[in-house]
Design a protein. Sequence first.
Length: 234
Amino acid sequence: MSSGVAARRDAKKLVRSPSGLRMVPEHRAFGSPFGLEEPQWVPDKECPRCMQCDTKFDFITRKHHCRRCGKCFCDKCCSQKVPLRRMCFVDPVRQCAECALASHREAEFYDKQLKVLLSGATFHVTLGHAEKSQTMVCRLSSNQRCLLLDGDSHHEIEIANISTVQIVTEGFAPGAGSARVTGMCLQYTVPGAEGTAQLRLMAGEDTNASRRPATAWLAAMHKAAKLLYESRDQ
């Protein structure tokens, strides 16, 4: 991809909506696949009472719209201002208690796990039905839209084309009650091709220094897949 095309894909603009300032992609098609669309607000005339505690709105008890779900609440039920990165808000925005909790949980992904995905990790990679795997570094692109695989060859997989993500486990970790994560299988569609393709990522052996970052990367990708599914179901 030429630098000019890449620059256009990464270009952003500042827009103002009823909910606040947002830094969004210049072209909507180049937005993060983990993002959420800004909701339509419930019209004022349709919510005479708080949609949480049923308090009646009047001159003293004002109504507020949650920026994440768009519903109407009183100040008591919608008092928190929390960062909402999945909608690209510049500043923390007002959210109801339920939405604020969800946004707080997602903050870990943006503060920690997203950085892990961008840094990448080394895996034994099997593309499709290849008989042999190859050692490759897998990482998320800076615009969050592609998985980049680099080794003896280079491959790119659009995040939006991933249909299923399955964690691969084996045995049980010593002293623990859960299976040990060893890899991940991804199924994805290829534009212009029928059916789905498959990618298998396997972490190195326990003695391999790359295993720990690979395991962290797999956990981060599993969380990213959940956000991806949520965005599709919106």
